[in-house]
Design a protein around this ligand. Structure first.
Ligand code: RTP
Ligand code: MG
Length: 140
């Protein structure tokens, strides 16, 4: 069994904040044994989001995604733990809330009601490189 203490960026997206799910999401992260290292609440601007979602530029959901992410405040979390990058994505569940397994954040709370973009409550970095890049952006 290898040990790999990592840090990841978790975002409670505007839908999660608006639906008062920030506490529930934090509770699940802490219950799993991960540690909260830093936290901030902010209204993301277009420049930050364009950087954050650069890999998706040009995809059909890109513009709706950037708009949705500016629709209200986001809570950004710096979370640490053993294999937390993969571990948080397991807690979150798959991107599509309809397909996400019950017991996951998206499976339990995510909504997919013909919206322009999947409003799936959370973001979690998907690799060590993404985590470093995204943490630098959101905790500049
Ligand atoms: P995230 O980056 O937010 O953790 O989510 P992810 O890896 O599971 O999904 P990704 O493919 O990176 O997509 C980023 C976010 O874009 C929205 N999206 N909507 N077809 C759609 O409606 C669609 N596809 C992607 C979601 O908010 C997704 O989390
Ligand atoms: Mg992603």
């Amino acid at each position: 069994m290898t040990t790999a203490i990592e840090e990841t960026l978790v975002l409670v997206k505007p839908d999660g904040v608006a639906r008062n799910l920030t506490g529930e999401i934090l509770r699940r992260i802490e219950a799993k044994g991960y540690s909260l290292v830093d936290l901030r609440m902010l209204q993301a601007d277009r420049e930050l989001l364009a950087n954050h979602y650069a890999e998706h530029e040009g995809k059909p959901f890109y513009e709706p995604l950037i708009e949705f992410m500016q629709s209200g405040p986001t809570v950004a979390l710096r979370v640490a733990g053993n294999r937390v990058i993969e571990g948080f994505r397991v807690l979150a569940g798959t991107t599509d809330p309809t397909a996400a397994a019950p017991g996951t954040i998206r499976g339990d709370f995510g909504r997919d009601w013909g919206l322009k973009v999947q409003q799936n409550l959370v973001h979690g970095s998907d690799s060590i490189e993404s985590a470093e890049r995204e943490l630098a952006l959101w905790f500049a």
